[in-house]
Design a binder for this molecule. Structure first.
Ligand code: GRG
Length: 338
């Protein structure tokens, strides 16, 4: 494996899995009042830390180049937001702390693998052509393009293999497989990526970017980013055995969280610095991309973010103070910098 020095100091600070987690009860607030970064970080680190052994066990090092590349992409940091959502939602419904549920951890591994595959492929020269990801050289820079394509392919298929072995209950297995397949492919993330490239004018003879309206941007982002975030919450709800009323509330939460996540991402691209973000910023404007910032301006995008976070928080009312961490994750979108 190529020796790459980890250069992104903030990544280490925020997601150092060896640091001891302060799991004290987080403050519960009913408004969308933004959190300080530190108020949700312990919980993000907690789930990331408990997930890590499962990821490492699934991707055991054996000197094989393909597997090493997959390990580089998966084990090299990341906030693990989608696993957070699977595990936190399952725990919310099951009501057991700590969560002793191998199924939930396997589902969390599976969705993180799909997410990592999407990042590898998104960074390729044919897509977004990025050199940095999670504060490290992107996979095709650290290895080569062919290995990066194949590592992405292998992660995607491995995700589904994990789900075929996650529970003896065949019906439950199939529900999880269907959720992840629908969210990842032609009805979800891949379709969103295709719309994104089309909006850039990639498939036009003159390569002119398209002018999208707000509804177009929301539709595109719901598919590209929102579908997998919603899938994470839905997988947690399925594993926990949520009631129809709980599932409905969680769907509303997930829709708003996905939107808030994307608006925050647009603001990071517009205002953030590459060192803190762990990836190149100021790319959207250069490409003439229509984003929430280009549609509403930075101030307007921030207002929309706050309203969306408020909606996400309110959708959790039926859980009273048991959904504090999930509400706080939504509030975190207002201050997130990476
Ligand atoms: C190539 C099939 C295919 C899909 C690509 C997810 C995606 C679709 C592209 C990523 C481009 C991007 C930056 C989208 C904005 C939202 C997003 C998914 C950000 C990255 O997710 P984080 O912040 O990443 O959760 P970490 O590194 O923390 O896991």
């Amino acid at each position: 494996m190529p020796k790459i020095a980890r250069t992104h100091k903030n990544n280490i600070k925020l997601f150092n899995l060896d640091q001891s987690s302060n799991l004290g009860q987080l403050k519960f607030m009913t408004s969308a009042e933004p959190l300080k970064q530190s108020e949700i970080e312990p919980r993000i680190i907690y789930w990331a830390k408990t997930l890590e052994p499962y990821l490492k066990a699934t991707l055991k090092a054996d000197g094989n180049r393909l597997l090493e590349a997959m390990r580089y992409a998966v084990l090299g940091g990341g906030k693990r937001i989608r696993p957070f959502l699977v595990l936190e939602t399952a725990q919310l419904i099951i009501g057991q702390e700590p969560l002793e549920d191998t199924l939930a951890y396997k589902a969390a591994c599976a969705i993180e693998m799909v997410h990592c595959y999407s990042l590898i492929h998104d960074d390729l020269p044919a897509m977004d052509n990025d050199d940095m990801r999670r504060g490290l050289p992107t996979l095709h820079k650290a290895y080569d393009e062919a290995t990066a394509i194949l590592a992405g392919d292998a992660l995607l298929t491995l995700a589904f293999e994990i789900l075929t072995d996650c529970t003896p209950e065949a019906g439950l297995q199939l529900m999880l497989i269907k959720e992840l397949a629908q969210a990842s492919g032609v009805q979800g993330m891949v379709a969103g990526q295709m719309l994104d490239l089309a909006a850039e004018g990639r498939f036009e003879a003159n390569k002119t970017s398209k002018s999208l309206n707000q509804a177009d941007v929301i539709h595109l982002q719901n598919l590209k980013t929102g579908a997998l975030i919603k899938c994470a919450v839905r997988m947690g709800a399925i594993i926990g055995g949520a009631t129809p009323e709980q599932s409905k509330a969680l769907d509303v939460y997930a829709d708003n969280l996905g939107l808030a996540f994307q608006i925050a991402d647009d603001l990071i691209d517009h205002e953030g610095d590459a060192d803190t973000a762990g990836k190149a910023t100021a790319k959207d404007a250069d490409k003439g991309k229509v984003t929430f910032v280009s549609l509403f301006g930075a101030k307007g995008a921030r207002q929309k973010l706050e309203i969306t976070v408020q909606d996400a928080v309110e959708s959790l009312d039926i859980f009273e103070d048991r959904a504090t961490y999930m509400a706080n994750l939504a509030r975190h979108m207002i201050v997130r910098k990476s």
